[in-house]
Design a protein around this ligand. Structure first.
Ligand code: HEC
Ligand code: HEC
Ligand code: HEC
Length: 408
């Protein structure tokens, strides 16, 4: 009997194999010939764009389950932090309330969504996941510092509020007082922050900062202080919201090393890395000098701290936690005796910022500024409550107060 379909399984192998090889040959010919037109000038057919976007949303929904929403997701400081970064990086593709999107990105395929109108379709977790991981084949970038999930949550907190924001609210949140800063630093662009990586490492990945990664090439345009001031304020006090660290009370050496460490990637932050990688070495030095020379101001809000918490924190700062071998914070910080090492000042810093840094150290996610970092190990030994207490204590102290006590 002459059947078209063979009835024994083993007889299928030959014809199936031939079919697979034929398909592969056609695929290679199509690929090599270049016959498929990838022009972005031709929009995706309607149905195809929908299928792709549906697939992307299903993948995000599937993977986002692993993230854990922080308890303070709605906090104002998170929204302010997210807004400032959005205004620096994301706005160029996704547009802003009442402003719409840039004409250039409307020609991207796929087209970045106008998030003001589309974020309602995504859950908090899905937003944080997209921010953290980006989306392949779309130009939606992943977060520069993959271990800063906390920063992705701040972005999500802002995106959640975006649909209800009008232009003026968005502008004030994202640009702060940056718009009114006219002060300029007298500094030449000079040499770029030196790239110390091996030639092989340089070849493997283009250096993010040469040429400047500039979404807004502020470093080239002499708009340094308006840029930093958007988040940290012209005086370095961080706009009073706890979203941005107080730089006014920080020492010059630590400010300089922090900017270098963000630029080289040794200290991790998706907010500061895109900023720091655009700076040249003379600009880093001039900015460190500028903020260090501002009057040392304690972060506002110290009067609202819980006195019992502050007192508990004072004990940890002065005595450490002997039962768990945690050294007294003041044996290193606010000291002048270890001149060869760089210790950040903590007095007058926002409690939210200090607490967050301690949590990052405890997860080994913070990265280093100097070549000596005992903080990872030390923070592992602190409980969440102790981190909160000691952070509150340091916000309650006037900058320099403890250093003077020592000197007496
Ligand atoms: C270079 C352009 C570009 C930049 C910069 C960019 N995105 Fe995107 N983004 C895209 C594109 C393109 C998509 C579309 C993905 C798709 O349709 O599958 C996207 C998708 C998204 C989505 C999903 C929207 C939806 O409705 O499905 C979110 C949320 C998002 N981006 C947030 C951000 C945030 C926050 C930033 C800044 C940290 C940012 N993006 C920066 C290009 C960009
Ligand atoms: C979009 C907002 C934003 C902009 C713009 C910005 N910063 Fe920051 N900056 C932050 C945030 C958020 C942090 C905390 C990051 C972290 O968790 O490590 C920070 C941290 C820092 C630190 C470390 C402080 C410490 O106590 O360790 C320095 C120094 C700093 N910024 C300097 C600058 C300078 C100088 C500029 C301008 C060239 C600038 N920043 C622009 C948001 C910003
Ligand atoms: C043995 C010395 C030492 C002790 C003790 C110590 N620190 Fe530190 N701390 C450092 C050094 C060094 C750094 C800078 C690390 C780096 O970034 O590379 C630092 C950094 C920090 C930072 C980051 C500051 C910023 O602006 O980003 C915080 C917050 C901090 N310490 C809090 C504490 C607290 C709270 C205690 C007490 C529980 C403490 N430290 C005890 C040496 C110490």
């Amino acid at each position: 009997m002459n059947k078209f379909f063979p009835d024994r399984l083993s007889l299928w192998i030959g014809p199936l194999g031939t079919a697979v090889v034929a398909v592969a040959v056609v695929a290679v010919v199509v690929l090599v010939s270049g016959i498929i037109n990838l022009a972005a000038s031709i929009p995706h057919p309607e149905g195809w764009a929908n299928i792709l976007h549906y697939g992307m949303k299903r993948a995000v929904a599937f993977h986002a389950g692993d993230l854990k929403e922080p308890d303070d997701f709605d906090a104002d400081w998170r929204v302010a932090q997210g807004a400032a970064h959005y205004g620096h990086v994301c706005v160029s593709c996704h547009g802003a309330p009442e402003l719409g999107q840039n004409a250039v990105v409307l020609k991207m395929r796929p087209r970045p969504q106008y998030l003001v109108e589309s974020v309602d379709q995504l859950s908090n977790k899905e937003l944080a996941w997209i921010v953290l991981h980006g989306v392949k084949y779309t130009a939606m970038p992943a977060w520069t510092d993959a271990d800063r999930e906390d920063e992705a949550w701040s972005m999500a907190a802002f995106l959640r509020k975006l649909p209800e924001m009008d232009y003026a609210t968005y502008r004030d949140l994202a640009y702060g007082q940056g718009r009114s800063i006219t002060k300029k630093l007298d500094v030449e662009f000079g040499d770029h922050f030196p790239d110390t990586r091996s030639p092989a490492a340089k070849r493997a990945e283009y250096r993010s900062s040469t040429p400047a990664s500039g979404f807004l090439e502020f470093a080239m345009q002499d708009t340094l202080l308006p840029m930093c001031g958007r988040c940290h304020g012209e005086d370095g006090t961080g706009r009073g919201i706890g979203a941005f660290p107080n730089l006014s009370m920080q020492n010059e050496q630590y400010l300089k090393k922090s900017l270098e460490a963000y630029a080289s990637g040794e200290r991790h932050s998706g907010f500061m890395r895109p900023v720091a990688t655009q700076l040249s070495q003379p600009q880093i030095e001039a900015l460190a000098k500028y903020y260090a020379s501002q009057p040392d101001v304690r972060a506002p809000g110290a009067d609202k701290l819980d006195p019992a918490l502050v007192e508990k924190g004072r004990q940890i700062a002065q005595d450490g936690v002997p039962s768990r071998n945690v050294a007294a914070c003041l044996s290193c910080h606010e000291q002048t005796q270890f001149t060869s090492r760089v210790f950040p000042n903590l007095s007058g810093q926002y409690a939210t910022y200090t607490e967050n840094q301690l949590k990052l150290f405890a997860k080994n996610d913070r990265g280093n500024v100097g070549d000596y970092n005992p903080m990872d190990e030390l923070s592992h030994a602190l409980t969440d409550e102790e981190m909160k207490a000691v952070s509150a204590y340091f916000q309650s102290v006037e900058p320099g107060e403890l250093v003077q006590e020592k000197a007496q």
